[in-house]
Design a protein around this ligand. Structure first.
Ligand code: SF4
Length: 302
């Protein structure tokens, strides 16, 4: 991977209102960074880099925009009489604990501000760096609802190293999640994305869900891979080079559409639901109900 450049910038607003029809099950998000050095090849947030006139390929993982004033702006917004105190979601676009958070500490500042204002939070990351801030999460958990979630698509290291080259191993993520569960914090795992032909079989899903249960995770949900047109130009050539024997199947599934056919999604959903129940895991991490049309498209949260 290319060495990352950090493009420091300022923001006018920190809290972003999520459009009603979005697939994100929360109304408000904060994103301290744009771009992500974790460099997952399937990442839908790659598309957002084009809004900055940057590319969806290497630019996404090597040109990271840092909103240096995000904590100060957020504190102003949380103090406003217009703010309703709704749950804020972190990690919905790019990873709030990607590598540069070790230096900038913006996510720590955001969580500290939410704790000071007793504001509910739901956070999703793939990074083990989150454990650095366990003290702040403990404080927030005492005064407001909190869910800490990890995205763990697979425990198969041969797949992870190829598909998500900048991330820590799934087992390490679950070890960190166990620390949060032991601290009395509600934890969840998003098994995402489920990759056709790579991680969608009984053995792979059972391995992840069994390890989740063992780590004290409260809930687990799955999302089958989707490939939106905006990232297809990166994803499909990468797939052809990384897994040439699977490429024809991916052309069949995603060549003309963003979402896999409904029959395939239902097959994965049924398998996942059965295994989730077997391991005693709940189905959902909370948030606002997802619009029915989106649920249908995604066939997830089984
Ligand atoms: S960690 Fe999340 S935001 Fe970062 S590249 Fe991977 S999927 Fe995208």
């Amino acid at each position: 991977m290319a060495r990352a450049q950090y493009l420091e910038d300022t923001c006018k607003t920190a809290l972003n209102r999520v459009p009603e029809m979005s697939r994100i099950p929360f109304r408000w998000t904060v994103n301290p960074y744009r771009g992500c050095a974790h460099s997952c090849h399937y990442c839908f947030a790659r598309a957002y880099h084009t809004y900055l006139d940057l590319g969806v390929g290497e630019d996404f993982s090597s040109k990271i925009v840092v909103k240096t004033n995000v904590v100060e702006v957020l504190r102003r917004e949380l103090a406003s009489p217009r703010w309703s105190g709704e749950t804020v979601a972190l990690g919905t676009a790019t990873d709030p604990y990607q590598h540069c958070e070790a230096r900038y500490r913006l996510t720590r500042g955001i969580v500290t501000a939410l704790a000071d204002f007793r504001n509910p939070l739901s956070i999703l990351t793939k990074s083990t760096l989150i454990v650095r801030d366990l003290d702040v999460y403990r404080r927030l958990n005492e005064v407001a609802p909190l869910t800490v979630s990890m995205s763990v698509g697979t425990l198969d290291e041969d797949v992870r190293r190829v598909v998500e080259p900048g991330t820590p191993p799934g087992r390490k993520r679950l070890e960190i999640l166990r620390r949060f569960a032991e601290a009395g914090i509600r934890t969840g795992v998003l098994v995402a994305p489920v990759l056709p032909g790579l991680t969608d079989d009984e053995e792979h899903l059972d391995e992840v869900l069994s390890a989740c249960a063992e780590a004290g995770v409260a809930w687990a949900a799955a999302i089958v891979l989707h490939v939106r047109p905006a990232i297809r130009e990166h994803f499909m050539p990468w797939m052809k080079q990384a897994y040439p024997w699977l490429y024809p199947r991916y052309v069949d599934l995603y060549g003309r559409r963003a979402y896999a056919p409904r029959a395939y999604q239902e097959e994965v959903s049924e398998r996942f639901a059965r295994l989730r129940l077997r391991h005693g895991l709940a189905a959902s991490g909370g948030g606002r109900p997802m619009p029915a049309r989106r649920q249908e498209q995604l066939a997830l949260a089984v």
